[in-house]
Ligand binder design. Structure first.
Ligand SMILES: Cc1cc2nc3c(=O)[nH]c(=O)nc-3n(C[C@H](O)[C@H](O)[C@H](O)COP(=O)(O)OP(=O)(O)OC[C@H]3O[C@@H](n4cnc5c(N)ncnc54)[C@H](O)[C@@H]3O)c2cc1C
Length: 500
């Protein structure tokens, strides 16, 4: 007998009995019997194809049985109630914000319903309250564009195309983090649809436990249908992308290492160091995103970088919308993100780039396709970030338990040819493993894994520390007693997947 997964499951007694079996079509039909009928779309429609094609990474463009595109919080509520009740609770569904997670199944599903929030995408400026109300299908570029009409902004994505919803639920590193904490620390109210369809507001006064847990706890509690964020009064910055020859790597690492330790002296400054290989031009270069969150050209905080001879620079005074248009990579590639955090140690930084260069050589030797990009990004993650989170009321990331300045590495590989899936995933995993092993050998490791950059084989929630894990677990249980967001919504990082 050939052992297929179904046969194996039968042998292990794990196959659901026929009486409890569902077909995903039943779940789509259940939605169609409600007022949501016009918002349910199928693979034969143009709207369905547009929705799938708008996922950022090609490898996550799974094809659900149907997609639901709600327009209001009441439609989200009706959708959740319907899917929870249909077919004895056997319907599986996914929640999609901007669709930027790079691992398949986080924000989409094959046999089931995807709730695509993209039609709920407006931003409203509440001048009196000093807040902006942002709907979950928004991209940061739309948020910034609307708020620029009032010369205000919010701390959000550094690439305009990125989705708001997942970004804010995982933390959100921004140009302003050294001044105001993570993006999630600046959310003052969440509107949430719970598993029973109830619509609630979570803020400091009402459902304060959920309010706290949503700041880093991702989709474990419900569907967030509105984020109210504190605004920042001025939206003008100085900054841009500055490129350099790869031969300046050591100067950059030394500059970056000092920059991280000096950030507390000038928290207006922000640096992303990007080591970037483009296969089509066989170009291996360094690109710095230098941003200053005030309209001041060449502030001294960047002196160590600006004294290195560059090959191009787009620095200018501009608003956040403008600056976030140039930071980002082409969509339509297959992609893997994988990340870790380290103590701000120059030797770990050097090893990071040694590994980057070696992985490029391995890709050149093994890639079947000729179009791929390999990014290794170094980003400051100083203690200052967590101090601001605490000042703002706290989140569940657990960074306040570390006393050192950290930096974060993101290996981000993109490729066109599906035949290279195995190669680039293997290279990304090996790169991280080698770097982590090295950092441990010199006592410069750190356990924090940033959820928004994490790969499916990582467990970022477990890196928040035992107290936060327990807190998230308790809050998830309180607001979702039957575990709908653990079981019926399989995508994303689940608190139930963290060991007790
Ligand atoms: C080009 C690019 C640039 C980036 N830049 C940054 C950056 O500057 N800083 C940074 O911190 N990160 C950055 N990221 C990472 C980014 O934060 C994550 O990819 C994040 O998940 C994007 O949000 P999204 O809405 O697109 O997520 P999605 O992939 O749509 O969703 C992420 C997870 O959240 C769940 N979810 C989505 N919406 C909801 C909701 N309304 N309620 C409940 N659960 C929900 C989904 O089910 C999924 O599990 C970047 C990513 C890319 C691809």
């Amino acid at each position: 007998m050939r052992i297929t997964p179904a046969v194996a499951a039968l042998c292990m007694g794990t196959l659901p009995r026929a009486a409890h079996a569902t077909t995903p079509e039943t779940c789509c039909s259940a939605l169609e019997t409600t007022a949501l009928k016009s918002q349910v779309i199928y693979p034969d429609s143009a709207a369905y194809k547009t929705s799938i094609g708008s996922y950022w990474a090609e490898n996550v463009q799974l094809e659900p049985t149907c997609i639901l595109q709600p327009r209001t919080v009441h439609e989200v509520s009706l959708a959740v109630s319907t899917l929870v009740a249909a077919d004895g609770g056997a319907c599986k569904f996914a929640i999609r914000g901007g669709g930027h997670t790079t691992w398949a199944g986080a924000n989409n599903i094959v046999d089931g319903v995807t709730i695509d929030l993209s039609l709920m995408n407006t931003t409203t400026y509440n001048e009196k309250a000093g807040t902006a109300s942002i709907l979950p299908g928004s991209r940061w570029e739309g948020v910034y564009e609307t708020l620029a009409n009032y010369n205000v902004t919010v701390p959000g994505g550094r690439s305009g195309v990125v989705g708001v919803a997942g970004f804010l639920l995982g933390g959100g590193n921004t140009f302003h983090t050294a001044r105001v904490g993570f993006a999630c620390d600046n959310v003052v109210n969440y509107e949430v649809v719970l598993a029973n369809g109830e619509i609630i507001e979570a803020n400091k006064e009402s459902h304060a436990d959920l309010f706290q847990a949503l700041k880093g706890g991702t989709g474990n509690f419900g569907i967030v249908t509105k984020y109210d964020m504190k605004i920042i009064d001025d939206d003008k910055l100085w900054g841009g992308i500055v490129t350099y020859d790869n031969s300046t790597t050591l100067q950059h690492l030394e500059a970056g290492h000092r920059f991280i330790n000096n950030l507390e002296n000038d928290p207006y400054a922000s640096w992303i160091g990007m080591w970037e290989y483009l296969s089509l031009t066989d170009q291996n270069m360094i690109a710095n995103a230098l941003e200053y969150t005030a309209p001041v050209a060449y502030p001294s905080a960047f002196d160590d970088f600006t004294t290195i001879a560059n090959t191009s620079s787009s620095t200018r005074v501009a608003n956040l919308w403008n600056l976030t248009q140039e930071l980002g990579q082409a969509s339509g590639y297959r992609d893997v993100f994988i990340t870790a955090s380290f103590v701000n140690n120059l030797d770990v930084m050097k090893r990071t780039i040694d590994i980057h260069n070696r992985m490029i050589e391995e890709a050149k030797a093994g890639a079947k396709g000729d179009d791929y990009t390999m990014f290794t990004m170094i980003q400051p993650w100083p203690k200052l970030f967590a101090d601001h989170s605490t000042e703002q009321g706290g989140n569940v990331l657990g960074l306040d338990r570390f006393n050192e300045n950290l930096f974060q590495v993101l290996f981000d590989y993109s490729w066109k040819d599906e035949a290279d899936d195995g190669l680039f995933n293997q290279l990304a995993n090996s790169a991280l493993e080698e770097l982590t092993t090295y950092s441990k050998s010199i006592g410069a490791d750190n356990e924090f894994i940033y959820l928004n950059y994490a790969n499916s084989n990582q467990n970022p929630l477990s890196s928040y520390g035992p107290e936060n894990v327990e807190y998230i677990r308790t809050v998830a249980k309180k607001y979702d007693q039957t575990g709908v967001f653990q079981n019926q919504v399989p995508g994303g990082f689940k608190i139930s997947a963290v060991a007790q």
